[in-house]
Design a protein around this ligand. Sequence first.
Ligand SMILES: NC(=O)c1ccc[n+]([C@@H]2O[C@H](COP(=O)([O-])OP(=O)(O)OC[C@H]3O[C@@H](n4cnc5c(N)ncnc54)[C@H](O)[C@@H]3O)[C@@H](O)[C@H]2O)c1
Length: 461
Amino acid sequence: MSQPESKSDRRQFIKVAGAATALGALSAPRVFAQSGANHSLQLALIGAGGRGTGAAVDALTASNYPIKLVAIADLFQHKLDGSLAALKENFAAKPELIDVPEDRRFVGFDAYQKAIEALRPGDFAIFASPLAFRWVHFQYAIDKGLNVFMEKPLIADGPSAKKMFDLAKKADAKNLKCGVGLMVRHCRGRQELHQRISDGAIGDIVAMRAYRMHGPVATCFSTRKPEGQDELSWQIERFHSFIWASGGLFSDFYIHQIDEVSWMKNAWPVKAQALGGRHYRGDFVDQNFDAYAVEYTYDDGSKLFFDGRTMTGCRNDMSSIVHGSKGSAIVSTSGHTPGRVRTFKGQRQAREDMTWAFPQPEENPYQLEWKDLIDAITHDEPYNEVPRGVEASLVTSMGRMAAHTGQEISYDEMLNCPHEMAPGVADFKIGGAAPVMPDGNGRYPVPQPGILNDREYQETA
Ligand SMILES: NC(=O)c1ccc[n+]([C@@H]2O[C@H](COP(=O)([O-])OP(=O)(O)OC[C@H]3O[C@@H](n4cnc5c(N)ncnc54)[C@H](O)[C@@H]3O)[C@@H](O)[C@H]2O)c1
């Protein structure tokens, strides 16, 4: 294997960066310029799909910090090749940033280990595979002393949540910096809105609403598996269709808005009840509902009403709204970015009632989340978003489980629900058994509210 940059360069960097922090006067990029060290942080991308490739671009461009990509791991050769080609094209003017020769390109279920081993302690890895592998990859990275950035959601079930909480403590014990892809938390407009709401700008929050309604996207609906394709690989490829792999479309799509309004409330919901169903399913064989309506309750009795729909021909909406005793606010107007946050007197949210709006244009939160993570590494500040990311994933799963079972589900019930959806995930093999199996018509087990009440589906249809 060709050697990435030496450990002594890295140690030199840490020394200089540490001195700068102590002086408190020098910005991180200047530190690097003075140290003469180029590419002082090395990055491995694990899960080289759409988001992973985008995250690598953000990592390499969000700050002036010298970083280069030195390894890529994916389950599939074609995904790795596609990602690498896109990255090379993107950085055609700075080819030195993409230093991934053949012997640092890894494919298969153990590819993550090899990519991690290509790094030095203090470097960092991006995890952007489906969530089922999150704790497996995180555990290995902690053992090797790496900083990490991992995409949301982090877990789909209680047993994985407990593992991730434990791992987060281990990461802290090693002073590793851990970012989680809930990028809205890094949006400067949402941060100012959060401060204003916490300072009482709209009084006490009494109700919140959030909507994510659009046609089917990504791999949320699947038709029958092609003849001859390996079952496990196919399910991973179409991960939004399988609850074990992604938490289904509910967790994958809805976590951002459930997280952002709970942040405004400074609380997580304590329980949820929900409705949902499958319409127009035709030849689709996946596990998802195509409409969800969740009522989340917070400890003070206030509510979040969340509606999710994945249907064409219906009204589209992707917004989050907060209602307070003295006014109201928009947290997301029509998507993650730009947020176009604003506050209003009263609840009508008419233009003439607007009391404040964050100035436009806004910085991109996908870049800001990297800027913040890299700043934390540079200045050696505590930075671990994993516990909060697990909590966000848990309350999202709580709403999903409430819809899928037809029961009221509390936070503690979700955390302690023993249904482990991807047992043996650390030992998956190409061609090995998949966590769910289809019936004779190629259909996978679906939730049955009111019939299956203590788990979301039975593994065998
Ligand atoms: N923050 C956001 O706004 C945002 C947006 C999109 C996706 N995401 C998240 O990013 C993750 C990936 O989503 P995507 O849209 O990029 O999907 P994708 O299918 O484009 O990419 C996933 C990649 O992971 C690879 N992979 C699967 N299992 C693997 C394993 N065990 N080891 C290594 N690689 C593996 C796949 O082959 C694929 O290339 C998901 O968790 C998703 O929720 C976040």
